[in-house]
Structure formats: C-alpha cells, structure tokens
Design a protein around this ligand. Structure first.
Ligand SMILES: [Ca+2]
Ligand SMILES: [Ca+2]
Length: 242
C-alpha cells in the first residue's frame, strides 16, 4: 500500500490537503491461456475475455453459484469453443455435491463430438468415491476413496499435459498422474454440458447422473496449469454459504 497526498490552493490563497491510501491488488489467479471463467454472478456469462457465455438449461440457477437440481433436465450448456481443438487443458472449479448416496454418478463435464457422446467426461463415482475421466471414448480412473459426499465445497482441478492427466482436490494432487490418450479435443456445437451426462448431443440426461449440487468459479485453460497455479485457484473463494 502507498499514499498520495494532494495539496490544493484556491484563488484567495486558502490551502487544503487530503491523503489517499492506494492498495495495489495483484491478480492472484492465472490469466495466461484462460479460455473462459464462470463466476455465476446472476448469470452464466463468461467473465474472461472471450465472451463464451453459457446457457442455463431448465431449472438450473446462477445466483452467485451454479445450482443444478437432482433431475434429468437442469444443466449448463457452454460454447464448444471453450474446449474444442485443445490438446493440453485445465478444467477447474469449486464443487459441492448435494446428495450422499452410493448409487449416483454426479457428472461435472460432458463433451460430445456428435457421434461419441463420451469424447471427454469427468464424473464422480459415488459407489467407490472415485473421480473418472474419459478421453476419446476411453475411461480412466483416478484414485478411490476421495471423499466428496460430505456436502461441503471442494476445489477440483483436472489437467492434461501431453499424455499425462492429473487430479487435484483442494489444491493438492491426488496420486501421481495417469497416462491417457493425447487426442485433440473434438466438441461439437451444443456438445459441452456441465452438470449432466449426455447420451445424445445436448441431452438425454439421467437424474442419477445429475451433479445435483452447486458449482462456482469454473475456469477452463488451453494449457496445463502448474501445481503452484492450481494452488492459487484453490486459494480463491467461492460464493457458497457453507
Ligand atoms: Ca460466484
Ligand atoms: Ca447417461
């Protein structure tokens, strides 16, 4: 912080002064390679520079946080340009699951290339507390016993760097990365869905695969962020009340 003092004098020679304190706040989240950022401040607009505004589907709401109900209709649809054509990438956000049973598959990200509706997906398997990801139709499993069913907010990040995918929860890496396909992401128009699993482009959802909870500050990058950068994202707050 630094101060500026202004001295002024009027035509009668009367003087006054005022001191102003100036605080410089450095951006504390990575900006390089940001494709889109969704803070859900009363809409699903992209707060980054690309204007990749999202669309709320059915009863999904964005009153500070994105809320998706436990049904087969609520979702967030994003422009396919957010991920289409990427090789390395980062997907990051604050997530809160809203139900605790073992029979759900809360879906975070679903991308269709038009014929393969599992071109890219990321979901949580409640049955064994595991995050899974598909790339180009092949499913990969991260470590089991990752507790997300405490109804609390957790910061989750998935990156792909070359042929290596990594999962971070609350700023810390889970495991040591897994080998995955290097396929360039192929996502068609209307084929990037948040909070539901597509079994057809932009639809054919199932209630058991709804995220059924909340999300905030979703960010997408066209590169793999470093562990230090992911920690920066995890240090950022969310707008949730618990
Ligand atoms: Ca927010
Ligand atoms: Ca499905």
């Amino acid at each position: 912080m630094f101060s500026i003092t202004c001295n002024v004098e009027n035509s009668q020679g009367s003087r006054t002064s005022a001191k102003v304190d100036v605080r410089v706040v450095k951006p504390n989240v990575p900006g390089q390679g940001l494709m889109a950022w969704y803070p859900f401040n009363n809409n699903a607009n992209d707060a980054g520079n690309n204007n990749y505004d999202g669309s709320l589907m059915s009863g999904a709401t964005a009153n500070g946080i994105l809320t998706i109900g436990p049904n087969a209709t609520d979702a967030l649809s994003l422009p396919n340009q957010v991920l289409n054509g990427l090789n390395d990438f980062t997907i990051s956000g604050w997530l809160r699951m809203g139900r605790t049973g073992d029979s759900f598959e809360p879906w975070w990200v679903s991308c269709s290339n038009g014929t393969n509706h599992n071109f890219l997906f990321i979901y949580y398997a409640s049955s064994n507390n595991r995050w899974s990801m598909a790339i180009d139709g092949t499913t990969y499993n991260f470590a089991t016993d990752i507790q997300m069913k405490d109804l609390k907010w957790h910061h989750v990040t998935v990156i792909r760097s070359g042929a290596l995918a990594r999962l971070y929860i609350d700023g810390g890496e889970i495991g040591a990365g897994i080998s995955v396909k290097t396929s360039t992401l192929n996502v068609v128009n209307n084929g990037l869905i948040i909070g539901q699993d597509q079994d057809a482009v932009g639809g054919a959802f199932q209630a058991s695969q709804s995220w059924a909870g909340d999300m905030d500050n979703l960010r997408f990058y066209n590169r793999a962020l470093s562990a230090a950068e992911i920690q920066q994202l995890a240090n950022e707050s969310h707008s949730g009340s618990n």
